[in-house]
Design a protein around this ligand. Structure first.
Ligand code: A3D
Length: 320
């Protein structure tokens, strides 16, 4: 069986980390695409030279020619600009919208059968735009945010409870950003819901509220600390988990930005919800009953995504 092909559009901090992870896991051959001439080839060569030491067999190629992504099974898109301190994700809208147009057209022309994972911010609008410009079916284009947001949440919860991160599951809904909705009732330690753990005296509601708040602002905390650029290790790991779910038909249940057609009362938007990812891409959208508080929080998040999308559509019109 021929090796799978993974195209990484954007070979910056996340793109390079994705390439490293994909090669180490022998997910397939990797193409690093970037408009910056030379840089993707440099990263590909450097990573290839890690192969003999690490013992992985994967071909890595750097390129600035879209033809090289032809036939890719998975495309992970990080092309664009990341946040600088003081910038919100939404400040990136106009620049990255133009980038999504070029990338979407490149995918449409070269690998229309790929499973596409968007990471570029502002995520919920960019994944929508990428789907529009690429013309791929909605089940083949998803956004990475929920896996990262819930990983941040799980990390903070594991620290608070002093248990293994492996045993903490977390449930996060909504758009990527400050309005995301972590749901404590569906977040557990080995199946025990967080509210029960509070009753058991493991923590307090105040501490949980602080963790929810820190999770929502998790990206910004790292932007401030780095001083230049945004998080890349955990975002890359999260997207790789989604890519593996598709390539290995794992049918993982993961929170991702998916196109909703009436679920959760939302139609025509990409919003973070739990989905099943398998060989057919988005195979199912998991719709749960939310209580009134979660519904209200989710609505705030959906409204923020709607607003972003309206801004996106008017920029797109003005660019025509
Ligand atoms: P960075 O290291 O700047 O890499 C971006 C790369 O995109 C650069 O190498 C650019 O040269 C390249 N690029 C720019 N325009 C194009 C184009 N038209 N075609 C191809 N490549 C292009 O950024 P990064 O890797 O740190 O972050 C990438 C994106 O991910 C940013 O938009 C971040 O805001 C976003 N991000 C999202 C999350 C989520 O959880 C959704 C988390 C972290 C970062």
């Amino acid at each position: 069986m021929a090796r799978k092909k993974i195209a990484l559009v954007g070979a910056g901090m996340i793109g390079g980390t994705l390439a490293h992870l994909a090669a180490m896991k022998e997910m397939g051959d990797v193409v690093l695409f970037d408009i910056a001439e030379g840089m993707p080839a440099g990263k590909a060569l450097d990573l290839s030279q890690a192969g003999p030491v690490e013992g992985f067999d994967a071909q890595l190629k750097g390129t600035s020619d879209y033809k090289d992504i032809a036939g890719a099974d998975v495309v992970i898109v990080t092309a664009g600009v990341p946040r600088k301190p003081g910038m919100s994700r939404d400040d990136l809208l106009e620049i990255n919208l133009k980038v999504m147009k070029a990338v979407g057209e490149g995918i449409k022309a070269n690998c229309p059968d790929a499973f596409v994972i968007c990471i570029t911010n502002p995520l919920d609008a960019m994944v929508w735009a990428l789907r529009e410009f690429s013309g791929l079916p909605h089940n083949k284009v998803v956004g990475m945010a929920g896996v990262l947001d819930s990983a941040r949440f799980r990390h903070f919860l594991a620290e608070e409870f002093d248990v293994s991160m492996e045993d903490v599951t977390a449930f996060v809904l909504g758009g990527h950003g400050d309005t995301m909705v972590p749901i404590l009732e569906y977040s557990t330690v080995a199946g025990i819901p967080v509210p029960d753990l509070i009753k058991m005296g493991w923590s307090t509601q105040e501490k949980m509220d602080a963790i929810v708040d820190r999770t929502r602002k998790g990206g910004g905390e790292i932007v401030q600390l780095l001083g230049n650029g945004s998080a890349y290790y955990a975002p890359a790991t999260s997207a790789i988990q989604m890519a593996e779910a598709y390539l290995k038909d794992k049918k993982r249940v993961l929170p991702c930005a998916a196109h909703l057609t009436g679920q959760y009362g939302v139609d025509g938007l990409y919003v973070g919800v739990p989905i099943v990812i398998g060989a057919n891409g988005v195979e199912r959208i998991v719709e749960i009953d939310l209580d009134e508080k979660a519904k209200a929080n989710f609505q705030v998040s959906v409204d923020a995504v709607k607003e972003l999308l309206e801004a996106c559509k008017s920029i797109d019109e003005s660019l025509k």
